[in-house]
Design a protein around this ligand. Structure first.
Ligand code: AMP
Length: 289
């Protein structure tokens, strides 16, 4: 299937208008490119429930709090387009920075712990930039459903909250983390890891899986202390945070609950590349224990 590429908002919207008139359901997958199977899984989920699937590739400068990270962010347009052709996506929206931001924009959302803890704390300004661009993209594409990965767990929670507060008419659908066979969560940034760093990075998912197995048997505090020790003593890993929080409110978890899932979230540097990952501790586990 051939993918139609649009670089302008009006071009995309004119094309979408005709499809909507024909009664077709539009799904949307926003990305920053350097596509991998994690992105493709979102496209596949979208294709199941929508007739037309729009993917965007936009490396959004306003969500990078670190200029070096922005400069080094992988950009692989030709390979991305080839993958999209195979994936069955209908259209690619590939705007320039000027197309998205004809004038500078500064918005701020305060959603308490959801926006200020963890990623919000360690990447100041990141969530405001991310929510600004996601809101703009949702308004441009105006899809029935939009698909986001649980890999960015806090991002997904914030997008759900923003959509609710802003009254945007779109269904937000969360999709599970896709991993390499050895457990490493797929990420565009993984391409920046050296062969050795790639091996060191495996400790992150290995320790998270082990924490998920021990959860409920030991207290959250004991589990956190074990995980911190394990990560800090892992070669090549520079831990930024490890935290166990309520998956809905992002409050610190002091005891396991049957009311809400808990989630273990981690951010760590390997080879100077910032990696994030998480595992969910389902409330059903607590109920069964
Ligand atoms: P990005 O291009 O990294 O901004 O990601 C675009 C979308 O793909 C976001 O909704 C991410 O959460 C999602 N995503 C990235 N990596 C994965 C993964 N390994 N599994 C599932 N979804 C992912």
């Amino acid at each position: 299937m051939s993918v139609t590429v649009f670089e302008t908002i009006t071009g995309l919207q004119t094309w979408l208008r005709d499809l909507r008139t024909a009664g077709l359901k539009v799904g949307f997958v926003p990305t920053m490119g350097a596509l991998h199977d994690g992105h493709i899984s979102l496209i596949n989920s979208g294709k199941e429930v929508c007739d037309v699937l729009v993917v965007s590739i936009f490396v959004n400068p306003t969500q990078f709090n670190n200029p070096d990270d922005l400069a080094k962010y992988p950009r692989t347009f030709d390979a991305d387009l080839a993958l999209l052709e195979k994936s069955g996506a209908s259209a690619l929206f590939f705007p320039s920075v000027d197309e998205m931001y004809p004038k500078p924009e500064k918005n701020h959302w305060d959603f308490g712990l959801l926006s200020t803890s963890l990623e919000g704390h360690f990447r100041p300004g990141h969530f405001d930039g991310m929510l600004t661009v996601v809101k703009k993209l949702l308004q441009i594409v105006s899809p029935e459903s939009a698909f986001f990965g649980e890999k960015d767990f806090q991002q997904l929670a914030l997008i759900r909250r923003m959509v609710l507060e802003e009254g945007l008419d779109v269904k937000i659908i969360g999709c599970p983390i896709i991993r390499e066979n050895d457990g490493l969560a797929m990420s565009s940034r993984n391409t920046r890891l050296s062969a050795e760093g790639r091996i060191h990075a495996l400790a992150i998912s290995r320790i998270l899986f082990s924490m998920r197995e021990q959860a409920v048997i030991v207290s959250p505090a004991e589990l956190l202390s074990w995980g911190n020790d394990a990560l800090r003593s892992s070669e090549g890993i520079e831990l930024e945070y490890l935290s166990i929080v309520n998956a809905r409110t992002f409050e610190r978890v002091d005891g396991w609950s049957t009311e809400d899932d808990a989630v273990v979230l981690v951010a760590a540097y390997v080879d100077g590349v910032r990696l994030i990952d998480n595992v969910v501790i389902k409330k059903i586990l607590v109920a069964m224990a």
